[in-house]
Design a protein around this ligand. Structure first.
Ligand code: 6XA
Ligand code: ZN
Length: 343
């Protein structure tokens, strides 16, 4: 399997995130991608390709111009106030406060961000655009006949919606790629999100549509981020009703119960009959992940790849979360190699 990768991911290198009442060093760090690309090389998974530049058009198919312009200019506006540390929001437009777009960068940050864990710095836009280009380059390979490719995206994307960012995500790489498949002639695309966290951004951008089926297996939002979305009764709206599937699972979930939910999701995808499958590949379901509470083991990731291969669909793997950094290369490539083994 070929991997698409851009060194520009390093331009996203946040100092700290707010978690459990404290500012701590960012879990979403450059070393994550480095360890994965090292493992891709060491295991000879396949050729590594650079990203091509697709410009803003495919991004604007799923994201509002306002969000994109904000992300392009946020650092400059923040730095113009004399601040040299990373940009984070500190006030949000909850319903009682209204939702007006302020001229102030602090107002804009709260308007577009969903959390205080997603710092913006001078290189953020460069890394974010590269990450989307990595996804689109890999998407094009699948759309033009490759069985599967791996988009080693960083920063990740699945929490970013049409007009908001957060949860370490700025642009929704999986959503952008799914829309690109449709724009290139696919009739239906399925997105399977196996990250520990609910893919709230992916769900939001396609919630009223039936041409993208979203299936997410994740920690129950009663217990976990993003808390406000990802419940089983969210099934889509209007034309999208029945095309969005949430499979929340409790803390402590291991492969035995995870794989049961996986079969439910895969069955729904098979029934949908998509032209392409996009996998939001998060590895934070690992037993030693520092911010998560599932119990998947190294070998379970090979099984996961094998189960995905059984679908026999053109498949695009998009990197999402995973913070047990030393194990991230092994776990990620186990999925991809597990997929490849089923010829
Ligand atoms: C709390 C946790 C953010 C979740 C990031 C993630 N700030 N999403 O891994 O998939
Ligand atoms: Zn996650």
């Amino acid at each position: 399997m070929r991997t698409v990768f851009s060194e520009d991911h390093r331009c996203q290198d946040g100092r700290s995130e707010l978690i459990e009442g404290q500012f701590v060093p960012c879990n979403e760090m450059p070393r994550r991608a480095e360890i994965v690309i090292d493992r891709v090389r060491a295991t000879k998974l396949g050729e590594i390709l650079p990203a091509q530049d697709f410009g803003l058009d495919p991004i604007l198919r799923v994201h509002d111009k306002g969000l994109v312009t904000f992300l392009q200019n946020a650092w400059e506006e923040w730095a113009a106030t004399g601040r040299t540390f990373d940009a984070l929001p500190h006030v949000w437009p909850v319903p009682g406060l209204g939702r007006r777009l302020s001229d102030s960068i602090d107002g804009k940050l709260g308007y577009y961000a969903i959390d205080a864990g997603t710092p913006i710095m001078s290189g953020t836009w460069r890394a974010v655009q590269a990450s989307a280009n990595v996804a689109l380059t890999a998407q094009k390979l699948v759309a033009t006949g490759e069985r599967a490719t791996f988009a080693l995206c960083r920063p990740p994307g699945h929490h970013a919606g049409s007009d908001f960012y957060g949860g370490y995500c700025f642009l929704n790489n999986a959503g952008i790629a799914a829309q690109a498949f449709l724009d290139q002639g696919a009739k239906r695309v399925a997105i399977l999100d196996v990250d520990y966290h609910h893919g709230n951004g992916t769900q939001q951008m396609f919630y009223g549509r039936a041409d993208v089926l979203t299936v997410s297996l994740h920690a129950d939002p009663k217990q976990e981020f993003p808390y406000f979305l990802g419940y089983a009764d969210e099934i889509g709206a209007g034309a999208g009703e029945g095309y969005h599937v949430n499979l929340p699972l409790p803390w402590g979930t291991d492969w035995a119960s995870y794989s049961e939910a996986l079969e439910v999701g895969l069955k729904r995808i098979r029934q949908y009959g998509p032209d392409a499958l996009v996998i939001s590949l998060g590895l934070d379901t690992f037993e030693h992940d520092p911010i998560s509470r599932f119990k998947l083991k190294h070998e379970d990731y090979s099984r996961l790849g094998d189960r995905i291969a059984w679908m026999e669909l053109p498949t695009l793997f998009i990197m999402e979360g995973g913070y047990a950094v030393d194990a991230l290369g092994v776990n990620t490539v186990n999925v991809l190699a597990g997929f490849e083994q089923r010829g």
